[in-house]
Design a protein around this ligand. Structure first.
Ligand code: SF4
Length: 518
C-alpha cells in the first residue's frame, strides 16, 4: 500500500506483527478505521491487545507467551507539534496478577493481570516511526535470546550476541541497559535502542524498559514481559518523514500551539514556568511547604506514608534547590521545545561520584518516603535503577513497605532486609531484587501480594493484617505515587480507581484543582 493511495497521513500506515515463537514477521497496512477511532497510542494499543486476547484468552499469566507487548507511536509523533516525542507501550501487567486466595482481603477474587500502559520519551519513539513502523506488536516467546532490528527495510529477528550477557553470582544475565545500548549504538550508528536490564531478564514484576540510557517505559512491568519473551532489545533506525495532508495548515496550527506553550512557560502564574529550571523537582518544595488548608507542609510522604512532613533540616538536603545544585545542561526528549524538563546531573565526589540525569519528583518523593535524605545516594540509586532496569517509583513503594515490615519485626528470617534511612542498605536491596539474590530479593521481586502471602505464612489474623498494611500502598496495582493522599480526597480517589493500576497518578492529577492553584 502506498501512503498516497490510502491517504494515510500522520501515521506511517504500517503495523509490524512479530511472532517470536515461530520467528516470523508480518508487516501489514494499518487499519484506517482503527487509527481514526482510537487516535493515540494507548487506545489503539488497547484495541490491538483486546483483539489478540479474544483469540487466546483467558490470559492467566502475564509472563506467558500469550501476553502481547506493543511499542508504538501516534499520529503527532515526529511532527511540527512541540514535545511530540513520547511513545506508548501496552501489555497485561505482571504487577497486577493476584490469582491465589488473599486471606487479608475479604471476598478476594482471583486477578490475572490488568491491561496497562506506560509512556516514555527520548528518541526511541520517533526513531521507530522514522523506521517506518507505527506499532511493533510482539507475541510469543523465542526459544533463545533474541533482539529486534527495525529499519525501513523491515523488522529482523536477530540472535542476541554473547556480548550482551555477563555472569553475575554464577548466573548468566544480560548486561546493564547502558552497556546494551552502547553496544548496539556502535553497531548501528544513529540508531536508538529500547532494552531491558538484569531486572527484566530476571522477570522482576516492576522491571522497566530503558531507552536512550535514561528514558523508561517505567510503570507496570514491561521489562518483565519483554524478559519473558526472551527478547533483549529493540533497535530502530530510519529516516522516514511524517507526511501531512496539508503541511502548511498543520504547521500553522503547530506554531499556534508552540506560542501557547511558550507563553505558559514564560508566565510565573503557571506551574509550567518552573519546568525548564527545576523540572518536576519543583514539586518537592511545593509538597513539603504545602500550605494546603493553611497548614505548613502536608503531602510529601515520609516513613511509608505515615506522615506528610518531617524535619526541615533533613528536607533541605533533598529539596528542590539541593537537586538544582547538582544539575547540568538540559538533556531533553526529541522534539521537545520550551518545557525542557530534564537536566543532566553530576556528583563530583564521595562514594556516589558519577554522571547521569536529575531524578524526577516522584522518584525522589518515594525514596524520601523510605526516610532517605542523602541527595547523592538518591542520585546514585536513580542511576542504578536505569542500569538495572527497575521502575524507580514501584521500587520506592516496595522498599518503604519492606522497611516497615522490617521495623515491625516481620522480616527476621530474611537476611539483608532494608531499614528506614539506610541508603547503603537500600542500594543492596535494589541489587538483590534486580538479580533475585537471596530470599529477600526473591520475595520482593514479585508482586506485593505474593510478598504478603509469603511473609505472612503462618501468621495469625492480627499479624497478617499488620503485614498487609505495611505493603498496602504497593499492593494490587502500580503502587502509590509520591503524593501523600490523605491530604487530597481527589488524589486518594485517583489512586484507588486508576484504570492502569492502583496508585497511578498520571491520568488524574487533581492537586492543583484541590489546592485552588494553577
Ligand atoms: S524533556 Fe520533559 S518536557 Fe520535554 S518532551 Fe521530554 S518529558 Fe516532555
Amino acid at each position: 500500500m502506498s501512503l498516497s493511495e490510502d491517504r494515510f497521513f500522520g501515521y506511517t500506515g504500517r503495523w509490524a506483527f512479530v511472532d517470536l515463537t515461530s520467528r516470523t514477521v508480518r508487516i501489514v497496512p494499518a487499519d484506517p478505521a482503527v487509527c481514526r477511532d482510537y487516535v493515540g497510542g494507548r487506545g489503539l494499543q488497547a484495541r490491538l491487545i483486546f483483539d489478540h486476547l479474544k483469540t487466546t484468552a483467558p490470559l492467566r499469566d502475564p509472563l506467558s507467551p500469550e501476553n502481547r507487548l506493543i511499542l508504538g507511536t501516534a499520529a503527532p509523533n515526529d511532527t511540527f507539534i512541540p514535545t511530540a516525542g513520547r511513545g506508548s507501550c501496552s501489555f497485561v501487567s505482571p504487577m497486577t496478577r493476584s490469582p491465589k486466595p488473599a486471606p487479608w482481603i475479604p471476598g478476594h477474587k482471583p486477578l490475572y493481570g490488568l491491561l496497562t500502559h506506560s509512556s516514555a520519551g527520548g528518541l526511541f519513539p520517533n526513531m521507530l516511526k522514522r523506521a517506518g513502523v507505527d506499532q511493533l506488536i510482539i507475541d510469543g516467546r523465542a526459544d533463545r535470546p533474541v533482539r529486534l532490528l527495525v529499519t525501513e527495510d523491515g523488522v529482523t529477528i536477530v540472535d542476541a550476541e554473547e556480548d550482551l550477557f555477563e555472569t553475575v553470582d554464577g548466573r548468566r544475565t544480560v548486561r546493564t541497559a547502558s552497556a546494551i545500548t552502547d553496544y548496539l549504538a556502535e553497531k548501528y550508528p544513529g540508531s536508538s535502542t529500547m532494552c531491558l536490564g538484569p531486572a527484566g531478564w530476571n522477570k522482576v514484576a516492576f522491571a522497566c524498559l530503558t531507552g536512550d540510557h535514561h528514558r523508561n517505559f517505567g510503570r507496570g512491568g514491561a521489562g518483565a514481559v519483554m524478559g519473558s519473551k526472551n527478547l533483549v532489545a529493540v533497535t530502530a533506525l530510519g529516516k522516514m518523514q511524517t507526511t501531512y495532508a496539508d503541511a502548511a495548515a498543520f504547521q500553522k496550527l503547530s506554531k499556534e500551539l508552540d506560542a501557547l506553550i511558550k507563553s505558559h512557560v514564560g508566565d510565573p502564574a503557571w506551574t509550567a514556568s518552573f519546568r525548564p529550571k527545576t523540572g518536576t523537582t519543583w514539586w518537592l518544595d511545593r509538597a513539603f511547604n504545602g500550605g494546603y488548608l493553611g497548614k505548613q507542609g502536608g503531602y510529601l510522604p515520609w516513613h511509608n506514608f505515615d506522615e506528610g512532613w518531617f524535619d526541615p533540616a533533613a528536607y533541605s538536603r533533598v529539596g528542590t534547590d539541593a537537586f538544582l545544585a547538582i544539575s547540568g545542561k538540559p538533556k531533553v526528549c526529541n522534539r521537545c521545545r520550551h518545557v525542557l524538563c530534564t537536566r543532566a546531573a553530576r556528583v563530583e565526589s564521595g562514594p556516589y561520584t558519577g554522571e547521569g540525569v536529575r531524578p524526577e519528583f516522584e522518584t525522589i518523593a518515594l525514596w524520601i518516603n523510605c526516610c532517605i535524605t542523602d541527595r547523592e545516594a538518591i542520585f546514585h540509586l536513580n542511576r542504578l535503577c536505569n542500569e538495572l532496569g527497575v521502575d524507580t517509583m514501584s521500587f520506592g513503594g516496595v522498599t518503604a513497605g519492606a522497611m516497615d515490615l522490617e521495623e515491625k519485626g516481620f522480616l527476621k528470617r530474611y537476611a539483608g532486609a532494608p531499614k528506614f534511612g539506610d541508603a547503603p542498605g537500600m542500594i543492596r536491596f535494589l541489587e538483590d531484587i534486580a538479580y533475585r539474590r537471596g530470599d529477600i530479593g526473591r520475595v520482593f521481586a514479585g508482586p506485593s501480594d505474593a510478598a504478603i502471602t509469603e511473609v505472612g505464612s503462618g501468621a495469625g489474623p492480627a499479624d497478617l493484617e499488620a503485614i498487609a498494611r505495611c505493603v498496602v500502598t504497593a499492593f494490587g496495582g502500580l503502587g502509590y505515587a509520591g503524593i501523600e493522599p490523605k491530604a487530597f480526597p481527589g488524589m486518594f480517589t485517583a489512586y484507588g480507581t486508576s484504570n492502569r493500576g492502583r496508585g497511578d497518578h498520571s491520568y488524574a492529577w487533581t492537586i492543583q484543582a484541590e489546592e485552588g492553584v494553577l
